[in-house]
Design a binder for this molecule. Structure first.
Ligand SMILES: [Zn+2]
Length: 184
């Protein structure tokens, strides 16, 4: 009697697909972001401290300092007088302009080093700033303020960097990068 051979491979394919799904789903769900980030795959050769008149030596890292609600600080706070221009740290384009609960008035720039750059607590946006607009290193994005959860603190820019990869977005400490790549 001929032995019936069970075909096992459909299960194998299913298993492999299931294993790959968590890996593949992020870039699929954020295809536009991942695709746009490819334009900026080169690392920046230079950066600018994103608050006018502040040099890299004046920055202090508060990376992962505890914050309310069990959060950790994922960025750099650059203190300056309200109304001081906030400038783009690198070349890129405006990804989002808007308001959020913690950040207040915020600008997201997708730029060099396949990274999203986050500028928060702005008092005002630069005139006519719009999504899709190209910015250069040094282009004014807005003015330092204390909107969002900074309303009880001295005015400052919260500057965040989020690297985009195939597995997702990962926050990185901007201070060592600024101190290495910013000149003034
Ligand atoms: Zn902050």
């Amino acid at each position: 009697m001929r032995r019936l051979r069970k075909r096992r491979w459909p299960w194998l394919v299913l298993l492999v697909c299931a294993a790959l799904l968590p890996w593949a789903s992020w870039p699929l769900r954020h295809a536009r972001l991942v695709w746009s980030a490819l334009e900026y795959r080169r690392e920046p050769a230079t950066m600018t401290v994103p608050v006018e008149g502040v040099g890299p030596k004046q920055l202090a890292s508060t990376w992962h300092a505890p914050r309310s609600g069990g959060r950790r600080h994922e960025g750099a706070d650059v203190f300056a007088k309200k109304g001081t221009p906030v400038v783009s740290a690198v070349d890129g384009h405006v990804w989002r302009v808007g308001e959020d609960r913690l950040g207040g008035n915020v600008v997201w720039v997708l730029g060099e080093g396949h990274t999203l750059y986050y500028y928060a607590h702005l008092d005002q946006f630069a005139d006519g700033l719009a999504v899709g607009q190209r910015v250069r290193r040094g282009t004014t994005l807005g003015l330092v303020g204390n909107t969002g959860n900074a309303r009880t603190t001295p005015s400052h820019l919260h500057f965040g960097m989020y690297r985009i990869g195939w597995r997702g977005i990962r926050a990185v400490d901007p201070v060592p990068r600024l101190q290495r790549l910013a000149t003034r």
